[in-house]
Design a protein around this ligand. Structure first.
Ligand SMILES: [Cu+2]
Length: 533
């Protein structure tokens, strides 16, 4: 009960000092720091932090399909518990796709169907969402379309899934299209080349289950992209960046109210704004090192953190030119490359960048830093430049064609306000003042129509829309921001800001989601459903 009371009390407070006061009652240290540019609180590790730059960057293995026929690639992923070594000498139990964190990378071809059978041998229900996928509704991973554990599932007497306790409990007894043991997710991939990722989307428990390891890359290639002389093969490297805290025994430390993730959703009151860890992982390794030739590399940066925002920079910089040349975003290649001094990435955003290490002398050590972090979270990973090589890659001045969604042709404007609010008598996070209800459709956009969606925020909220990407039209009174170019599916809203985006849904009818991708906000009801018609 004290949790409920302190949660109510907490929501009146804004800012580091107030949060630290509440956190102090939980015996934690370091809370209230490290919150620059964040709506979240720092959870510190109880184990000594590992030495930075001591392990090589892992690159998740690309998974081979079980079968390829004329139209389709078939995969099977087994979701299972595994112990992995993230901290030297300690085992971290994970919930892993194929027992790995990150999960295996899937690679698909635009226009070729991909079917992924997910088999759930975990102790908890799961839902798989392909983030950035242009996916029919049945296969999009609606949060109540659970895949129950193959060994059976009993959330416990008196506790339905989300049965009325905790701020995010919005399902009640509602069930969706529930399967036992396994489910096939079919992706037509009628979409451009892009860096997608798959992750858990279980109602009320997404934050906890992604934190424990349920996330992986799914890359889509097409002819347009592959005709370009961009770095490829070993010089096309996905970077999944996330932060975690650890228990003394090496387990992930996460302030879930229900450690077993069975029935009570949400996190302890001090972390309602979001959970920040004090160890930065790239592809699952703490502050890793990558040896690079003095040549161009393409990095597919994904911020897979629950709540942390990053401002990434290179130290030292390249001397002349910008350290990053952005070539793509959430929805694939930009029209033209854009030089960027830094990359600001909110949760779930992707930035495809090229870094040219030929600007550095062999032997140089280049650190990717996080200018929004402090202490251990101010660094991300390191590159060690090894030797000069002949590099026949290039960044063409025109990358991809992007059809502009003309805001003047919009048939309507809809407003979506993202703010704290009442969730069934408890404090939580709401959209337009209401908590998520998977049976309530808050909009019925018609396929093919252009609409303007205005997102308004009280604090930091990374807003994600399913089914189709959008284009940023304006931020407040200004035009799109520096990181808003191209097709986006997640947009970084800052406190008190509004952003107008042009959306157009195509091909598939049915219920879809828009939600905050701060996963603690999402689990505490900051989602809304719309149905395309
Ligand atoms: Cu949010």
């Amino acid at each position: 009960m004290s949790t409920r009371l302190s949660r109510r009390g907490f929501l009146g407070l804004v800012g580091a000092a107030g949060a630290a006061g509440v956190a102090g009652s939980f015996g934690l240290t370091g809370c209230g720091r490290d919150t620059t540019g964040q709506t979240a609180q720092l959870l510190t590790s109880l184990t000594p932090r590992p030495r930075p730059y001591a392990v090589p960057l892992p690159v998740p293995a690309v998974k081979e399909p079980l079968l390829r026929d004329a139209t389709t690639d078939y995969y099977e992923i087994v979701q299972r518990v595994a112990d992995v070594e993230i901290l030297p000498g300690l085992k971290t139990p994970i919930l892993g796709y194929d027992g790995m964190f990150p999960g295996p990378t899937l690679v698909s071809r635009s226009g070729r169907r991909t079917v992924v059978r997910h088999r759930n041998t975990l102790p908890v229900p799961t839902v798989v969402h392909l983030h950035g996928g242009h996916t029919p509704s049945d296969h999009d991973g609606y949060p109540i379309d659970l895949v129950l554990p193959v060994g059976g599932w009993n959330p416990g007497a008196g506790h339905g899934h989300g049965a009325g306790h905790g701020a995010g409990s919005t399902t009640g007894s509602m069930t969706g299209d529930v399967r036992r043991g396994e489910r096939d997710y079919a992706y037509p991939f009628h979409q451009r080349a892009a860096t997608l990722w798959y992750h858990d989307h279980r109602m009320d428990f997404t934050g906890a289950q992604v934190y424990r390891g349920l996330a992986g890359f799914h890359l889509v290639h097409d002819d347009e992209e592959q005709a370009l002389p961009l770095p490829s093969g070993e010089r096309d490297v996905p970077l999944m960046i996330c932060d975690r805290a650890f228990e003394e025994n090496g387990a992930f430390r996460y302030p879930a109210l229900d450690r077993e993730l069975r029935s009570t959703p949400g996190v302890t009151s001090a972390y309602m704004e979001g959970v920040l860890g004090d160890v930065i992982l790239v592809n699952g390794a703490p502050w890793p090192v990558l040896e690079v030739a003095a040549a161009r590399y393409r990095f597919r940066i994904l911020n897979a953190s629950n709540a942390r925002r990053y401002r990434l920079a290179l130290d030292p910089g390249p001397g002349e030119g910008t350290p990053f040349v952005q070539i793509g975003g959430d929805g694939g290649l930009l029209e033209h490359p854009e030089g960027q001094d830094t990359i600001v990435a909110a949760p779930a955003e992707r930035f495809d960048v090229v870094v040219d290490f030929s600007a550095y002398k062999p032997g140089t050590v280049v650190t990717m830093v996080n200018q929004l972090g402090s202490g251990p979270t101010a660094r991300v990973m390191r590159f060690r430049v090894t030797h000069r090589v002949k590099d026949d890659t290039a960044i063409p001045s025109t990358l991809g064609r992007i059809e502009k969604l003309d805001p003047a042709k919009a048939v309507r404007t809809r407003e979506w306000r993202f703010a704290r609010g009442d969730v069934h008598g408890e404090k939580g996070w709401t959209i337009n003042g209401r908590p998520f209800d998977p049976r309530r459709m808050d909009a019925r956009p018609r396929l093919g129509d252009i609409e303007i969606w205005r997102f308004q925020a009280d604090l930091h909220h990374p807003v994600h829309v399913h089914l189709d990407p959008f284009q940023v039209v304006r931020r407040g009174n200004g035009g799109p921001g520096r990181f808003d170019a191209g097709w986006k599916d997640t947009v970084d809203l800052r406190p008190t800001e509004y952003v107008d985006v042009a959306v157009r849904f195509t091909d598939y009818r049915g219920p879809y989601l828009l939600h905050c991708h701060n996963l603690e906000h999402e689990d505490m009801a900051m989602m809304a459903a719309f149905a395309t018609t």
